[in-house]
Design a protein around this ligand. Structure first.
Ligand SMILES: Nc1ncnc2c1ncn2[C@@H]1O[C@H](COP(=O)(O)OP(=O)(O)OP(=O)(O)O)[C@@H](O)[C@H]1O
Ligand SMILES: [Mg+2]
Length: 364
C-alpha cells in the first residue's frame, strides 16, 4: 500500500500544456477522483503516473520513492482502461492469470490468486468463458480482476464504467467503491461524470485545462466551490450566475442590469474584497425560491416562465429574468403555465459571490 504524491507535474504535447504544474497528494488507501471536462488532462496524469508518458517537469512519488526514472513494470501500479482490453482469444481464467504468468509466479499461487479474485468479483462461474460470451458489466469485472490480481500498490482507473449502460453503471459504482474499501488499495479514478465523482470519491480533484481547480471532499466542492468553474461544473442543473456591479452604500447592492440585489451585512463585507468592483452572484437551482404571487414578501425578482422540465420527483423551471435564464428546481406539484409571471427569490444564505476578474470565490 502506498500514498501517491505529484509535485509540480507538467506535461506538454507540442503547444498544448496537457498538465500544468499539478501538485496532488493521495493518501494511502484513499479513493481519489480526478474530475474534469474532456481534454482537461485526466488521462495524461494517469499515464504519467503509470510511466507511459514522460513529464517535462515535476516529481512522481509512489510511497516514499520518486518513480520518474522507473520503467512502467517496476512501478507496481495497475491501470484499468475505458476499453477493457481483454485478450479475446483467452478464457476469463487465462485473462486473469496472464499478468501473474508474466511475473513467473508458481502455478499453485496463480491458481489460488485467480480463484480468490474471481470470488471477490463474483465471476467464479465465468472462468471458462471467452470475453465475447460476457456482458459489458462482466467484462468490466474481469478487467478489474486482472488489475487486482497483481496486488499492485496503486490502481489507476480511466473512466472504467463509461461503456456500461446507465443501470449497470449505477450498480458498479457502488460495487467498485465497496471493493476498493475491502482491498484497501490507493486508487486514482478518472471520470468526467460529476455524479460518479461525488458518489465514489473520498476526495475529488477538479481539473480544467491541465490546472487543478479544487480538491476536497464531495461536500466541500459542492457547498464551498473555490471558483466559478467549480460552481458551474458541480451540481445539476448547473449553478445560475449573474454578472453584477458592486454599488457601495447602505445597504451595499449588486446591480445585475436586470435587478438589484441588496446585500445583508455579512455578504457586504465579503463583497468588499472584490477589488475589481465586478462580481458574479451564483445560486444553485435547488436553492432558488419561486412564488406565484409577491404579496407580503420582500426581495423578489420578477420572471417569466419559459419552459418546464418535469422529472417525476421534481421539476426544473426555466425562468427568464430579462436576458438571464434562471433555472429553479421546484416540487412536482408546483403548477404554472408557460408565459406565466412568477417571482423568484435568491436566499442570501445560499448565494455565492465570486470576483469576476479572477473567478475566485469571495469568502469571509
Ligand atoms: N499523444 C498526444 N499527442 C498530442 N496531444 C495529446 C496527446 N495526448 C493528449 N493530448 C492532448 O492533451 C490534452 C489532454 O488530453 P487527455 O487525454 O489527458 O484529456 P482527458 O481529460 O483524459 O480527456 P477525455 O475526458 O476526453 O478522455 C488534450 O488537449 C489532448 O488533445
Ligand atoms: Mg481521458
Amino acid at each position: 500500500m502506498a500514498k501517491v504524491l505529484l509535485k509540480d507535474l507538467t506535461k506538454r504535447f507540442g503547444d498544448v500544456i496537457a498538465v500544468d504544474s499539478l501538485s496532488i497528494e493521495v493518501q494511502d488507501k484513499e479513493f481519489l477522483v480526478l474530475l474534469g471536462p474532456s481534454g482537461c488532462g485526466k488521462t495524461t496524469v494517469l499515464r504519467c503516473i503509470a510511466g507511459l508518458e514522460t513529464p517535462e517537469q515535476g516529481e512522481i512519488y509512489i510511497g516514499d520513492k520518486v518513480v520518474n526514472d522507473l520503467d512502467p513494470k517496476d512501478r507496481n501500479v495497475a491501470m484499468v482502461f475505458q476499453s477493457y482490453a481483454l485478450y479475446p482469444h483467452m478464457s476469463v481464467y487465462s485473462n486473469l492469470a496472464f499478468p501473474l504468468e508474466n511475473a513467473k509466479l508458481p502455478e499453485e499461487e496463480i491458481k489460488s490468486r485467480v480463484q480468490q479474485v474471481a470470488r471477490l468479483l463474483k465471476i467464479e462461474a465465468l472462468l471458462k468463458r471467452k470475453p465475447k460470451q460476457l456482458s459489458g458489466g462482466q467484462q468490466q469485472r474481469v478487467a478489474l480482476g486482472r488489475a487486482i490480481v497483481r496486488e499492485p500498490q496503486v490502481f489507476l482507473m480511466d473512466e472504467p464504467l463509461s461503456n456500461l449502460d446507465a443501470k449497470l453503471r449505477i450498480y458498479m459504482r457502488a460495487e467498485l467503491k465497496k471493493l476498493q474499501k475491502e482491498i484497501g488499495v490507493t486508487t486514482i479514478y478518472v471520470t468526467h461524470d460529476q455524479v460518479e465523482a461525488m458518489t465514489m470519491g473520498d476526495r475529488v480533484a477538479i481539473l480544467n485545462e491541465g490546472i487543478l481547480q479544487q480538491k476536497g471532499s464531495p461536500d466541500d466542492i459542492y457547498f464551498h466551490p473555490s471558483n466559478v468553474f467549480v460552481a458551474g461544473f458541480i451540481g445539476s442543473p448547473p449553478t445560475n450566475f449573474f454578472d453584477c456591479n458592486l454599488i457601495e452604500g447602505v445597504p451595499c447592492t449588486l446591480d445585475t442590469g436586470e435587478f438589484r440585489y441588496p446585500l445583508p451585512e455579512h455578504m457586504a463585507k465579503i463583497a468588499e474584497q472584490c477589488t475589481s468592483g465586478v462580481c458574479v452572484l451564483g445560486v444553485r437551482p435547488q436553492d432558488v425560491l419561486v412564488y406565484r404571487d409577491a404579496a407580503g414578501k420582500k426581495g423578489l425578482i420578477r420572471s417569466k416562465l419559459e419552459v418546464t422540465e418535469p422529472l417525476g420527483d421534481k421539476q426544473i423551471l426555466n425562468l427568464k429574468v430579462g436576458d438571464y435564464l434562471v433555472k429553479a428546481v421546484v416540487d412536482p406539484d408546483f403548477r404554472a403555465e408557460m408565459g406565466d409571471d412568477l417571482w423568484v427569490k435568491i436566499p442570501a444564505k445560499k448565494a455565492y459571490l465570486f470576483d469576476k476578474k479572477t473567478g475566485k470565490a469571495l469568502i469571509a
